[in-house]
Design a protein around this ligand. Sequence first.
Ligand SMILES: [Mg+2]
Length: 241
Amino acid sequence: MNDYFCRMNEIKKYKHLFIDLDRTLWDFEKSAQQTFETIYLKYNLKKLGVPSIDEFDKYYTIHNNRLWDYYRKGEIKKEILSVQRFELTLKDFLIVDEKLAKYIANDYINLSPTMVNLFPYTHEILSYLKSKYTLHIITNGFEEVQQNKLDYASLRQYFTHIITSEMAGVKKPEPEIFDYAFQITKASAQESLMIGDDLKVDISGAQAVGMDQLFVNYDKIKHSENPTFEVNGLKEIESLL
Ligand SMILES: [Mg+2]
């Protein structure tokens, strides 16, 4: 009984929820897959030597994840990440064509936000949470891409502030982006909760600034972190918050 009341008090303290976008609400992999389908056909990549979209995706993901790590640490610029992930993927299929990489990079930026794929229960949970808390997005994606995703998916209506790493000048998990978010929203760490899918970027990042965290673990990965809450799907949040 006591535990129950402690828990209720704990939960009641939140006023602001900071929510990650990619892979938490927005099904990034599905959107990327659909974007690649369009690009694959448009540039006739089969004829150029890329056997399938899946193969293209496989190599792209390797390059993209590696380059994103550099970008997150501030070691490469957005423009380099944007083109090089495709330039290197094409090279894996022996296509050396910087111009083509640039066209594809440009198409990817423009097309991917239009391929709307949200995880199940996204609208329902946001609508529920909005009735109880003030909601904000905090995301590391490219500014224009993330803004477009919110528009195409009709998600903007739920959020008071959209905080992007480009706007803040630093990326999650750096403490500065959370400090920036608190400044903009006039929230404190104690009354805030971070909701995200990435243990390093969202959960550890929030922990480091004294904010509670809710880990959205879709893939049910095993880990040794200790988030305040953990769920395997968005609907489960309803019983926690
Ligand atoms: Mg994410």
